[in-house]
Write a protein that binds this ligand. Sequence first.
Ligand SMILES: Nc1nc2c(ncn2[C@@H]2O[C@H](COP(=O)(O)OP(=O)(O)OP(=O)(O)O)[C@@H](O)[C@H]2O)c(=O)[nH]1
Length: 475
Amino acid sequence: MAVYKFYLGHRELSKAVFEWDAADRTALLTAFMLMEVFSHWLWCLFVWYRRDTYGAYVDINLLYPVWISVSIVGVFLLWMSSRFSPVRSVSSNLHIWQALIITIYSVYITFIVAILGHSSLVTGVSLVGGAMLGMMLINRNYVWRAFIGQIIAILAVSLLPYFGITIPNLRQLTATTLPPSIHSYMTHSDMTIIKNEALTWEGLNHLRQSSNLLWRSTHIYMSLPKAIFIIYMFRILLVSLDDSRRETLRHANQDELTQLKNRRYGLKKMKYALATVREYQDLSVMLLDLDWFKQINDNYGHDVGDQVLIEVSQTLSQSLTDKTIISRYGGEEFLIVLPDTKHDSAMMIAEQLRLNIAEHVMKIEGLADFNVTASFGLYTLTYEERACIAQGYEKITQQKTVARTSPLIKPIATQRAESQIASMQKLPSDICQRLISTADKALYEAKHRGRNQVVSANEMWAEKKGGKQSLYKSR
Ligand SMILES: Nc1nc2c(ncn2[C@@H]2O[C@H](COP(=O)(O)OP(=O)(O)OP(=O)(O)O)[C@@H](O)[C@H]2O)c(=O)[nH]1
């Protein structure tokens, strides 16, 4: 078993523990149980060693059978943990062992809780913490059943005295206050002390305080280390969950080959950029497509094609700022969104990118150096056009809303909610697609004009005769 890996940091350890196979995790849980049982055994030893002092608060006659029971459970768990290697190969056996271990532990903990006088601290930590730890390490169904069984058993043990059944208890009862008439409040053991010795008020008080101190310390000793350990394990689990969540998100948003954002995430970021663009800010969109990329694949092979895609992606990332949204839109096509960028600046950026790609020399082992080029289609959505689109869109939505609603006056809450929605949806939902398809038309034109160049859809429209063109009127 890989428990020796505790020298690892908690992040590494978390990975290691949760990647272990089921038999190792069961063995780890057994080791935890064993440590707990051993701590109980040490407590018995301590009380027995100081029996002259603690004999007044602990039932020493009962301590011996308890000690023997704790020892038997300890030896049994020790034997079980040594049996995991053979069990590992037969997985069905492992399930039986898991069920057995958790049942024995539940019965044992119920016994300890009852025999110690139903400490709420020990009960709480054992029930909740033990179940949490168990669920992290072994079959959750077994732990869940054991948890329910333990609750029923602890409830039963607590209620039995009300049905006249007395359960042996290690804790000797002592008076907790000094009433005016001592005899009517004394328990049997206190009465014995009073009969044998002349008990003073201070003596009784001392007895009460010492007893409380012993039992409180016992409950803390039996609960806190376990609670700290379980919280530590839980932290490890959460670290591991955080890591895997981050990893999943990274995979969901990133293109595996180029490490750029993927199409889905690029579009999501673009939508967000459009929703948060400020008044008087323009937004530019570029589509970039490598030229004659099929020939690269055909001439040099798919691996070289992949390498080209990686290097072009690196050139893009290195040439653009963090604010720019760069994503792999398709095979050899990239989508670049420049928030708060005017048309002229966007043209300059695109031209610079084109040069950077064209000047980058592909050095591939076993092949002569070569260069690739790219064509660019660009479109800038100016704030004036955005305002026009938003206005037109608002009119349409208002008309639709009036047609749908009754002439009755709407409640203020509804009006407020509607105006909020309207302000959030200022632009039509297909705006991203429109922007991209407009940039795509410019890209097509760039290919048509001979490739390795930047074409702006805004300039294309300006050059065209016959009326003003715009994103929603250009068909
Ligand atoms: N190596 C590699 N090739 C890819 C990948 N994705 C798409 N391709 C290839 O990219 C090529 C694109 O070819 P075309 O669409 O004909 O474009 P082109 O050859 O670049 O020609 P133009 O765009 O007209 O300049 C196809 O052969 C695809 O198989 C990829 O991830 N890796």
